[in-house]
Design a protein around this ligand. Sequence first.
Ligand code: HEC
Length: 153
Amino acid sequence: MPILRSSSLIAIATVFALTACNDIAKDTHPDQLVTKRRGIFKQFMRTLEPMGMVARNRKDYNPREFNVSALALEKLATQPWAYFTQDSNYPPTHAKPEVWKQPVEFKQAQENYRTTVSQLVKAAQGGNLDIIRTAVNEVQKSCKTCHNQFRND
Ligand code: HEC
């Protein structure tokens, strides 16, 4: 029965389409707040990655290049937070409701993060690889601490 077979294929295709849709739920906010803050977090990740590789001896330490990355991360560190406005808890966000329920703690996590990034910039300027390694670890820890508290994985 070709008709039955094709309709069940359509049913399967629909299920896949819905699943795919769920994963990339559209950001319907006129200001695209979730999309914008996520874009900045992705830059956090891309900027930190080469420094993480240096810290783990998987990439040569080039002081000038490392310094540029550290400064770029410092510039980014202030940027995502303005996009967490009162009306910005909507799908497809992965932020936990705690972002809005515990604003003081959320702000504190941002401050802690910024402090670790400033230390990284100082370490980069100092050029001592041991100190740099510790500083990179501290930055990564503060990303993770905030995610544990304020982001659904
Ligand atoms: C003060 C809290 C906080 C800090 C610090 C923080 N993040 Fe996040 N991050 C979040 C929240 C909240 C989200 C979820 C955003 C959303 O989906 O609306 C997120 C999302 C992300 C995402 C996912 C972006 C996407 O496309 O969905 C990445 C990647 C990420 N963060 C990387 C990092 C890295 C790397 C660091 C440190 C260098 C970091 N974050 C520091 C709170 C933080």
